[in-house]
Design a protein around this ligand. Structure first.
Ligand code: GLA
Length: 681
């Protein structure tokens, strides 16, 4: 198969094109409302709703007493109206009777405080009591609905680990010890991995080990890292346990909703992704970020990476404001469409919202919804109808794959390790550098595949490795092999510093990449708050410098001033048939854009539309028989996109398409005769 023109790969859902839907919580409403709900869903083209996400307390009013009558009615109504169900196992939040009877299931915070029920997800991921109750409920739900004609997808729990990812209770401590014994086999191996010769921490047996609870000084970094690995594995095993119960009774695909976002980092989704029948993400525009739409694109690219390049599902997003930011901004005109098309452009073949009908009661009553408090006589409802039409128009792209020549190596474990305390500068935050590099590539009009550590990089011309603090030998070798074979690498400061045990790689930084980069760094020289240094090419750098001694690399730019005055700041090293670039500081945006442009040229990567301004996002999705160019204009001027073909949202065929400021175009590429009338209307 030609990699660049793959066959279509469809989500295993009973949908023709792009699925459209939302979370539906009918238990919050009187029965009369349900008939109106399904009628309006039909009107809007909603064809997939998540139900029973928080249904436990409704279904199991007292221990073992299951009552599905209401949910039956809802499922039947959905089916009668052509709406499929993304059916929750309902285990996300236990009912009050359960936590009252079993307070030992409540999670415990780092400082020892017990987390009370009253919100949601107040359970310890390692609690056998909670697991037993949850699996019993899962079994009942599976038995009851396995053959229901509305069922399209099983939805395990909800956003596993959103609030309870790290639990420090005694039950978790025991589970942590078991996990460590599995990983290390002997306590001596644990001692070596954790470096317990430091500060008199040597363990005599696994029984002495604790989670990294609040202590008198600083925590052992490897203990902290392993506890995060354990905690991610613990919730994955929870998912697996529920999925196994479902799969015993049903062939319908199983998933749960990931949280690939800027503010949650508790799960290592690289280890989770292979367990999902459909990779699904929840993503909300975060107006607290400096460039919220760059982050939308990044999260979508990560999710596609988790789906191994195949289409994925946007399980939740919002039509308008959320209710959990400090100031919950409405979306600007066109912003919702641009956001959704960004997700679709980057591989989403299902677009669903939280939630269908805005709640009247409860903590999320001021969160936007497809059907707002005002009802159908509202701008919100008009928006919903418009979204339905937009997604309909894009149906034919379903199953196509995104084309990318650049890979960005991203790792949750490196994120955990990089952002620990006790580092040379706590201003270095892993995600800042990852976001900055991804955004710079996007501004150059280049599409990026986000890849896991150790991934085969042979399909890419360039691999970008931003601040990959922790790296194992396999991953470092994969980057080296990519360059040796003729590829390019761009690696930024504080990469390759520690191994998988969080131990420093000695003999000169950046340890794992020293030979590949042809440099030897003998001291970190971070900058003070607000301090800037200049490079001899005019770039302004902040945050970080270091003393770089070239060992075969050519110096591309030098520091002028600052603690590394006169030293190398950017280097390029020929290695095998390729070359590796190193950046030893944090660039300002213009400097980063310039450098990324040079590296792309060096790698032979050209933008899809070279004349597109930096504020216009361009992505191509292809299949063996078709190719679609997505153009999303975040800027304030119109852009004429030179893509011959039919624009799907307006149905116009032309060689040039006007993409209004704040607007978008999705063009099915078609060979058009040159004398065909140009349509830039
Ligand atoms: C998450 C949850 C939903 C809801 C939304 C609100 O995505 O899964 O239940 O709380 O956030 O934005």
């Amino acid at each position: 198969m030609d990699e660049r023109h793959p066959a279509r790969h469809r989500l295993p859902l009973p949908h023709r094109g792009i699925a459209f839907g939302g979370d539906y919580n009918p238990e919050q409403w009187p029965r009369q409302t349900w008939a109106e709900d399904v009628r309006l869903m039909q009107e809007a083209g909603v064809d997939l709703v998540a139900v029973n996400v928080f249904g436990w307390a409704e279904i199991e009013r007292s221990p073992g007493d299951y009552d599905f009558a209401d949910l039956d009615e809802v499922m039947d109504l959905l089916h009668a109206h052509g709406v499929h169900a993304n059916l929750g196992t309902g285990t996300s939040t236990p009912p009050p009777w359960l936590t009252a009877a079993h307070p030992e299931t409540l999670p415990v915070a780092r400082d020892g405080g017990v987390i009370s029920p009253g919100g949601r997800q107040a359970w310890c991921p390692s609690s056998p009591v909670m697991r037993e109750h949850a699996l019993r409920l899962t079994g009942e739900v599976a038995r009851h609905y396995a053959d229901h004609p509305a069922l399209a997808l099983w939805h395990v729990s909800n956003e596993l680990g959103c609030h309870n990812a790290l639990c420090f209770c005694d039950v978790s401590a025991q589970a942590f010890r078991r996990w460590l014994a599995d990983r290390y086999e002997t306590v001596e191996a644990l001692n070596t991995a954790w470096g317990t010769a430091f500060w008199s921490q040597r363990y005599g047996s696994f029984d002495e080990v604790l989670p990294p609870r609040r202590n008198a000084s600083a925590t052992n970094p490897t203990q902290e890292l392993d506890f995060r690995r354990f905690s991610s594995d613990e919730l994955l095993s929870w998912y697996d346990a529920e999925a196994a119960v479902l799969r015993e009774r049903s062939d319908v695909p199983v998933t749960t909703n990931f949280m690939v976002t800027a503010h949650i980092r508790t799960q290592d989704y690289w280890t989770w992704a292979g367990h999902m029948d459909v990779v699904a993400n929840d993503h909300y525009v975060d107006h607290r970020l400096a460039d919220p739409h760059a982050e939308v694109a990044f999260a979508a690219d990560v999710t596609r990476g988790l789906a191994a390049g195949n289409p994925w599902m946007l399980m939740e997003t919002s039509t308008g404001a959320v209710n959990w930011q400090h100031r919950n901004l409405a979306k600007a005109p066109g912003e919702l469409e641009r956001t959704l098309v960004t997700h679709v452009a980057r591989g989403a073949d299902a677009v669903c919202f939280f939630q269908w009908r805005a709640s009247r009661a409860g903590a999320e009553r001021f969160h936007s919804a497809l059907l707002p408090h005002a009802g159908t006589d509202s701008t919100g409802w008009e928006t919903t109808l418009r979204v339905g039409r937009l997604l309909d128009a894009l149906d034919e792209v379903a199953g196509t794959r995104v084309e990318a020549e650049v890979a960005l190596l991203f790792d949750w474990q490196a994120w955990w390790a990089c952002d620990e305390d006790g580092h040379p500068s706590s201003d270095v935050r892993y995600l800042d550098e990852v976001h900055a590099m991804h955004a710079a590539l996007r501004r150059q009009g280049v599409v990026v595949d986000v890849v896991r550590p150790g991934a085969d990089l042979s399909a890419y011309r360039l691999v970008v490795v931003p601040t990959l603090f922790l790296v194992d030998d396999t991953t470092a070798s994969a980057v080296e092999a990519h360059v040796a074979a003729g590829g390019r690498a761009l690696i930024t400061y504080l990469s390759g510093i520690v191994d998988e045990h969080d131990h420093v790689r000695t003999g000169g930084y950046p340890g794992a990449f020293r030979t590949l980069l042809g440099v030897h760094v003998d001291e970190f020289l971070p900058l003070d708050a607000g301090e800037e240094v200049r490079l001899d090419d005019g770039t302004v750098a902040t945050l970080w410098t270091e003393r770089v001694r070239p060992r075969g690399a050519r110096v591309h730019a030098r520091f002028t001033g600052g603690p590394s005055d006169g030293g190398a700041a950017v280097t390029r090293h020929r290695h095998g048939r390729g070359a590796a670039w190193y950046v030893a500081t944090r660039f300002d945006e213009p400097g980063r854009d310039r450098l990324v442009g040079e590296v792309l040229a060096d790698a032979g990567v050209a933008p899809i539309l070279p004349d597109a301004p930096r504020t216009v996002d361009v992505v191509r999705r292809v299949a063996d028989e078709a190719s679609y160019v997505f153009v999303v204009n975040h800027g304030t001027s119109d852009y004429l996109a030179p893509v011959a073909g039919t624009e799907l949202t307006r149905g116009r065929r032309a060689r040039l398409h006007r993409v209004a400021a704040g607007g978008l175009a999705v063009v099915r590429q078609e060979p058009l005769p040159t004398d065909d009338k140009e349509d830039a209307a």
